[in-house]
Design a protein around this ligand. Structure first.
Ligand code: BDR
Ligand code: CA
Length: 314
């Protein structure tokens, strides 16, 4: 049996601890055409530098382009309390020897004009994706689909109801969820099925090599941060790698095609995603929704894949 070809993908991200682990998995399991960065966990300067540094650590000559430095409308928020001032606190990374051009949105548009059928993975606020969708109406239809880490059906991590990537730019998420292509949401209810623990650390420490060492440093830092502030679980979810694996290993996931809406107003509700879960939906139902709620993953298999990805650099 011939191997299934790796999916060809574009990645839009805001590294960020779990984004960095996602990049390791992407380098192992996908054919990554290019990476764009966005303001999110920390400012654009740091997320771009971190993407370049992770690629360099892996010996990976992937194009990196910086995108939006601010959300569409919202005031910027960040997640320094989790990822630290640099976005990668606790991790030992090389100083990047290259820089990234600042044309991230144009890069996304131009790349999809040259090659149709790429899959777009977004693991930060959706600002770049929304800008590309608004600038060029054909952008979505040139993609095979968009998969994003964000939102969720069972509550938030920034507020009671809102998840960070959607909360950081709710208007961008709302635009993305109306894109003219399949849009898959990998929210907190999914990513909390794949968490880091001491057993994972032991497995990574036994591997060695730059990817396993980086992932170990990240998880050690996150375990300490979660011990300080987490309200939901003491074990950090591996959010962004899960969204990558939903593209590269879809057989491990279950999803339902259903309408998903973003709350743009409200005192406590801004940035909340509403997933239609009723058996007999009302007026919000459409004949064939293009949005898909990814709600289940084989967590043990996902952890094994993260370990196997790291082992490729041992
Ligand atoms: C998401 O927010 C960020 O802090 C993580 O990198 C992840 O993409 C989880 O809410
Ligand atoms: Ca992220």
């Amino acid at each position: 049996m011939p191997d299934t070809p790796k999916p060809r993908i574009l990645i839009d991200c805001d590294p960020g601890h779990d984004d960095a682990i996602m990049l390791i998995c992407a380098a192992a399991y996908a054919d990554v055409v290019g990476i764009t960065t966005v303001n999110g966990n920390v400012g654009l300067h740091h997320t771009t530098r971190n993407a370049l540094a992770v690629a360099q650590l892996l010996g990976w000559d992937v194009p990196v382009h910086a995108g939006a430095a601010r959300p569409l409308i919202a005031e910027p928020v960040d997640a320094r309390q989790v990822h630290g001032e640099t976005g990668m606190d606790g991790a030992t990374l090389p100083t990047p020897t290259r820089t990234a051009p600042g044309d991230g949105v144009e890069y996304l548009l131009e790349t999809t004009r040259q090659e149709e059928g790429l899959h777009l993975l977004a693991t930060g606020p959706l600002t770049n994706v929304a800008l590309a969708l608004r600038i060029d109406a054909g952008f979505a239809s040139r993609l095979a689909g968009i998969t994003f880490m964000g939102g969720g059906a069972l509550g938030g991590n920034v507020t009671v109801a809102a998840e960070f990537n959607v909360f950081a730019d709710p208007e961008a998420a709302a635009i993305t969820l109306t894109a003219d292509c399949p849009v898959r949401m990998c929210g907190l209810d999914l990513t909390h099925q794949v968490t880091a623990d001491q057993d994972l650390l032991d497995r990574l420490r036994a591997i060695g090599g730059p990817a396993a060492v980086l992932t170990t440093e990240i998880i050690e830092t996150e375990l300490a941060a979660y011990g300080r502030y987490a309200t939901s679980s003491p074990e950090p979810p591996l959010h962004d790698p899960v969204a990558l694996l939903a593209i590269t290993h879809p057989h491990l996931f279950e999803e339902t095609a259903t309408p998903i809406h973003v709350e743009l107003g409200g005192v406590h509700g801004r940035g909340t995603t509403h997933v239609e879960r009723r058996a007999h939906p009302g007026a919000s139902a459409t004949e064939a929704p293009s949005t898909r709620w990814v709600h289940h993953v084989d967590g043990a298999a996902a952890i094994d894949l993260i370990v196997e990805a790291c082992a490729r650099w041992a």
